[in-house]
Design a protein around this ligand. Sequence first.
Ligand code: 6GU
Length: 244
Amino acid sequence: MRLDVLSIFPDYLAPLRLSLIGKAQAAGTIRLSVHDLRDYTHDRHRTVDDTPYGGGAGMVMRPEPWGEAFDDLLSTADGDPRPLVIVPSPAGIRFNQQLARELAIEPWLVFACGRYEGIDQRVFDHTATVARVIPVSLGDYVLNGGEVAAMAMIEAIARLIPGVVGNPESLTEESHEDGLLEYPVYTKPSTWRGLAVPEILLSGNHAKIDRWRRDESLRRTARQRPDLLQELPATELDKADLAI
Ligand code: 6GU
């Protein structure tokens, strides 16, 4: 997968060099480039923002550097399919595991990280004529800019690409993969500070362990995220689930 990030703070994305995502870049599974939006300015102060038309607080990102940056990126497409442009924004559609799975099969993602009060709307209107553009939000809270959100999304997406996470089974055993939260996990020692690991996990009875884990997932989801249980299609529940 090709990944490009546009930002006025390219250093914010530096942690993506670490750990599994860093290894995936070294292995060529993902090709990540971070671009400095200020490289597309032409004035001495490398200005990227200005006051909003209509008045109001804060500053808006000017369209020209974004336009040139997109022109430059798209000119490198040579035969590649068009990219999907993701604009991190609290005003976007909600990011979740389902969207991460859909994005993980795209050949080329571009993350356009805005700052201040946002990017001049015409950038998106224009870019939408040459690429698909979707605003995406991590949740109902406000970050200072799109960088941290882009990083979170890139990690969630990249780990779903085959070969990025060593043991593919660890992907299916996680929270949200089956629409439920993950069951609690334990390791050695079997007793720690007077607290014992649940007996059943030491029993070696895998059918019973699977049932116990499923029940714990259901209980945890009901307690912590009742909204997820509401969304779960009835076909995702088995007879024993309905008993708890
Ligand atoms: Cl994706 N971007 C910004 N700037 N703030 C956010 C967000 C994204 N998601 C939640 N808050």
